[in-house]
Design a protein around this ligand. Structure first.
Ligand code: NAD
Length: 269
């Protein structure tokens, strides 16, 4: 999709949020939360139909087709946001893929690498260009959407867990590097989010383990103290809080939004 970004609809003073993979799923809920809070919002995604739908739902927003793992596409998106709005206040690196599910001996290097390319290098591709503008402005909020898989070992999901642990390393390191310039970098670690993606993960894990999808769902729910999945809105609310005045002294943190995950071990046989 090539969609021209309109002039900032809320006026030049409105802060600007860029959300990767923002056309559907958790990213869309994040984009909506910023939009509802009066921010100018721009999303990128690989799904053109979802981008069109997003623009219809949130008029005045910007949208661009871009694969986050493509460094040139990421640079183009950040540059056009800066050219159109003159500022970038929040960057939410939300894009992430589940990667392959299975015992390590069955995984192949290409799918392992693809998971790292999207989940880790994709965030780097955007931060690299956003950081320059935020340093010059002396402020900014970068949020990396990790996972509770960044806090525990996660058997059968090796590439995903490795990519999300690496995202925490990126977050901690860049919080130190950018903190002196007033730029904050945090990670949010959601538990299983209600919605179609987790249903796909459940079906694949059930097939991989030879158990029923219901058994996997019950196990996932039982992994948190609150015995529940989370809502995309829970993650979105944490994003807008971190980017608000309330979050202006919070940096370098990995904040779980997960009903308190106790373990990602899988006792079902
Ligand atoms: P999703 O699979 O529903 O995908 C959301 C969007 O990402 C889609 O619109 C898709 O087109 C886009 N996308 C996929 N690959 C892309 C790429 N290379 N470049 C740009 N866009 C791309 O994902 P989700 O469930 O909304 O998850 C969003 C984030 O939250 C991910 O980082 C994920 O790891 C994390 N997360 C999700 C859950 C969950 O249960 N859904 C739990 C913990 C963490």
């Amino acid at each position: 999709m090539t969609q021209d970004i309109p002039a900032a609809p809320q006026g030049a003073a409105a802060p600007v949020a860029l959300v990767t993979a923002g056309a559907s799923g958790v990213g869309r809920a994040i984009a909506k939360a910023y939009y509802d809070a009066g921010w100018a919002v721009h999303v990128c995604d690989v799904d053109e139909r979802a981008l069109t739908d997003f623009l219809e739902a949130y008029p005045g927003s910007g949208a661009r087709r871009a694969d986050v793992s493509d460094p040139a596409a990421a640079e183009c998106v950040v540059k056009e946001v800066l050219a159109s709005y003159g500022r970038l206040d929040a960057l939410v690196n939300n894009a992430g893929i589940a990667g392959p599910t299975g015992p390590v001996e069955d995984l192949d290097a290409d799918s392992f690498r693809q998971c790292l390319d999207v989940n880790l290098v994709g965030a780097f591709n955007f931060i690299k260009h956003a950081a320059r503008a935020m340093k010059e402005a002396g402020s900014g909020s970068i949020i990396n959407i990790a996972s509770n898989a960044a806090l525990f070992g996660f058997p059968y999901r090796t590439p995903y867990a490795a990519s999300k642990w690496a995202l925490i390393g990126l977050t901690k390191t860049l919080a130190m590097e950018l903190g002196p310039y007033g730029v904050r970098v945090n990670a949010i670690c959601p538990g299983s989010v209600e919605g179609p993606r987790i249903e796909g993960v459940i079906v694949r894990e059930a097939a991989s383990r030879g158990v029923s999808p219901d058994a996997v769902r019950r196990t996932y729910e039982g992994q948190s103290s609150m015995q529940t999945f989370v809502r995309a809105e829970d993650v979105a609310n944490m994003c807008t809080f971190l980017s608000s005045k309330g979050g202006e002294r919070i940096s370098g943190q990995s904040i779980a939004v997960d009903g308190h995950t106790e373990s990602l071990s899988f006792p079902v046989k």
